[in-house]
Every structure is written in C-alpha cells, then in structure tokens.
Design a binder for this molecule. Sequence first.
Ligand code: SIN
Length: 579
Amino acid sequence: MADPHAAGQPITARAEVFEGLAVPPRLVAPAPGWVARADVVVVGSGIAGLTAALRLRERVDKVLLVTKTLLNEGSTEWAQGGIAAALDPADSPEAHLADTLVAGVGVCDVEAVRALVTEGPDRVRELVALGANFDTDADGDLKLTREGGHHTDRIAHAGGDATGKEISRALIEQLRRVQDDPGIEVIEHALVVDLLTDSSGHVCGVTLHVIGEGEIDGIGAAHARAVVLATGGLGQIYSSTTNPPVATGDGMAAALRAGAVLADLEFVQFHPTVLWLGEGSTGQQPLISEAVRGEGAFLVDIDGVRFMKDVHPMADLAPRDVVARAIVDRMAQTGQPHVFLDARHLGKDFLEERFPSIVRRCRELGFDPASDLLPVAPAQHYASGGIRTDLDGRSSLDGLYACGEVSCTGVHGANRLASNSLLEGLVFAHRIADDIPRRIEAGELTPGEPAERPGSPGICDSKRRVKVQRHMTAGSGPVRSAESMLQTAERLGSQAAKTPTEAEPGPRTWETTNLLHIGQVLTAMAYVREESRGGHVRSDFPQRDDLRFLGNTYAVRRGDGRVGLSFVHVPEQVESPRT
Ligand code: SIN
C-alpha cells in the first residue's frame, strides 16, 4: 500500500512534545542459531492466522505457521458472542455496512467495510462447510442474535456463548488433517522477536524464539518472501483486560520497529460488561457477552435505575463505546466502582442453555446470573487500530501483511461493531491468501537477504511490566487528558531509559518491551487527537470535533529511530446522528 503517513500532515504543534520519542530497530536477542525457509511465514493461530495458512497452503509451495504458545491459546478461543454477517434473507450487506459505519463514528474506510460485509456471508458459510457447528433451530437454520449497534439479528453463534472456541476447533482440526503434508509446517511455542528486512526495507522473514527440540530450538530465523502477522491484540498493555495473557502487542511492536505504519492506536475498545471482581483485580477478566443484553438483559445502577434508556435510542444495545461511556459516567455519579447487569428475568433454564460458559464461570466466582445482579464495569477488550493495511492486507512495508486484531484495515473506525472481529479476520485472511500467490506469480515477492537495521537494539526488564500496565491504565486508559497522558509518557519514558544491561533477553522480557513500545506510541497518538470519538475519550476535549479530526492518525519509526506522527483527513463517511 502507499504510505499514508507520507501524505499526512505532521501534527507539528501537538506532536512537538513527542519529538524525542524513539524506538529501537530491534530487540536485544542472541544471533539466530538456525534458519528455516518458506514462501510465507504466518504468525499467529487465531481465526486470521489459521485461515490464511490453510488457504495459502493450497496456493504456494511452503507455508510456515508459527504461534506463541499452543494453537488454541489466542483471543479467538475466548470470543463469546459470535460472528456478524448478513445471513438472514431479510438482512442485507448494506444494512450491515450502515451499522458498522455508525459504530465507527465517521472514520471507517467504506471500501474495507464493503469488502467485509459483502464477502462475509460466503466466508461464514465456508466455515460451516468446513465443519464449524454453529447453533441452529429446529429446521436446521442458523440461529441469529443481536448485539450492541446492530439493528437486526445477524450474529451467528456456537455452543451458545463459545463461538470462538468452536471456530478454533474446526480450523485446527482442518490443520491437523494436512499437517503431515510437506507444504505446511507448524511450530508452537514460537515467539516472534523481530521482523527481518533487506537493504531496501522489504520484509523477508522473522527472528523467533522457539521452545522446541532438535535443531529448531532457541533463537532462529525464518526466511520468506512474505510474512503475515496475525498476532492479535495488545490488551495486556492495561492492568485489566478481557484478552488472554498472550495478547502483548508483539506483532504491532515488531512492525513498528521495522518501520511499518501504524494507524489509530488511540481507539481502544473497552467492553461495557466485564464481571467486576473487586478493586485491584488484574490480568484477564471474565467477559459477560453483549449477547446477554441482546437476549434481553439490561443495566441498572446501584439504585436499580435503568440508565441506558435516557442515554441512547437503542438503550442497552447502543454501540459499545456509548454504553461503556454511560457506565463510567454512572459509576462517577453514584460513587460506585461498578453498575449491575440484570439477567434474572431470562430464567435459569434459558441462561444455562444459551450461555453455558458464562453461567458456569459466574457461578465459579460466586455469582448466579439466574438469581443475582451481576456487578460489571468496562475493561479493555479490543484494539481497533493497528498495522495499517490496504484491502489486500498489505502493510506499508513490502512483503509484510497483517490481518485480524493486529491490523488496521479501516473497518472498525473509532469503535468496532460487536462481532465484526472474527469476520474481519476471516475475510481479510482470505484476501491475503489470494494476493500473495498472485504477487509471487508476477515475480513481485522475491526472497530477500536480511540486512542489519542501523541503531542499537533495546530491551526492558520484565520486572517493569506491572509498572507499564499501571501507567497505561492511569493515564492512557478509558478516560484520558493531556495531563494524564503527559504523565504516562514521562513515566514510560523513564522505564525505557533504564539501563538495558539489567534485563535478561527472553520471552517475558521481549513481551514487556513490546508493551512498553506500543504503550509509548499509543499514548503519543492519543495525545494528538484532541477530541472524544469512539474508543478515545478525552476529559479535556469531551466533544467530537469533525472539523479538525475526521480522519486517521499515523505513526511510523523513521530511519533515525524517532517516531513521526501525522494525521490524514478523510471525507465524512455515511453517518447518522450519535449521542
Ligand atoms: C461479546 O460477546 O460481547 C464480545 C463480542 C465482540 O467483542 O464482538
């Protein structure tokens, strides 16, 4: 894709304060002790990575799929609600497009959304054909439900509230069937450390750390014509999140260090209904799917008031950012650390059948949705921004592709519409798996020779992880201000400045360094956007400001290591009124 950053206006006045922000060209790590070769390296094994690898395998000679822990330990496995697609004859891609654009608050890329909603239904049907068991009614038709921001029932689900688990199972089963074929190799427990680039900056592989056996053990390199990053999100950058422990922003950070353009990192989605487990509860928190509200549950405050009715015409099913914001406001007004979700009227039998995993988890934690009000509060859930890509998943660096949560295709704008994430991974992985073979055939993706990127490598001790998470939560969390972000930037800067000699290179340390680098850049991008929109809430600029901010922010590491920030206006997309 063309480098949108190059066309963007540098945001000089506001970005001046971040002029000194720099990231190293790579992490401190031992030299590779072994080399693997493939046409394409796919990094990550959620819906995006598995779909890309399985489809590429039929189109190129050799695919190498690497994943940080086990094949099924990424975010896909945790997706509860479902996958959105216009599958009902009464629904249409146009209606899905309209809801997506409204949720995205005017800054979606319409063509990317169009690809998502028009290709989505076929991709979901292909998943069904592959063996994914979605929930069906007595006639065998897919059961469809509703979530926030959707004006119609279009969410297909599986196992009630275990959609991601079922999709993951079906894709991994498919992978197991072909795993002995010479055209595909899978390496688990393989953490990608950095991207390899040639002397022209083209991506030509990765360095990775494998906990393995035989030759493939320790630090190695995988050389390829193209790399597909499908590494998921950055939730662990915050103290509490719905994301699993593996979501440490590794792909985004490696792309940043290699010089790829990142976009819209400030749009961090906080899910409205995360079970509140007490002050100071950290790490991965239990999600209560929006589908529970889709089936009729509603929010109340400590006094039993249904406050969403006065906030938005869609009430409890307003877009996610609207509900999260209203909860934060209501918590402040009542002085309580949470509100409540009331699902009691749905009845024990229905809840147990429709939401078996949620009910089980709540009961394990001492809450019964059939008889108790559930204390809930927003927590980090999804990164709407990421590595900027075009409609074929190409990043600004030749040879580097990204799909799923690590990418920013433009489909989510400022706020992802519920259950569009699995669909995005599916649709864009498919597109990437069509684009790469085309380009190989055309002689556009040739194997490169890795070259050293100038500059000193960096590292941040894993002991600093909790501090990075606390600083991000305090200053760049659900509600931000210039003051809070400057404080966070200063504190992250001082973590970055600590002497690297104390840090032992290894997976925990590399992950912590990734969290630090992405935290620094996210904070800078959030600082320059002086308005509130979608997942970006500024207490000092509470209003949306279309005149100045209808567009996208970009960040890129320049040759001297400094991070350049810019902003590109976009014409207003299809839009309707929002509160
Ligand atoms: C949920 O089930 O509420 C989460 C689904 C999503 O993030 O789209």
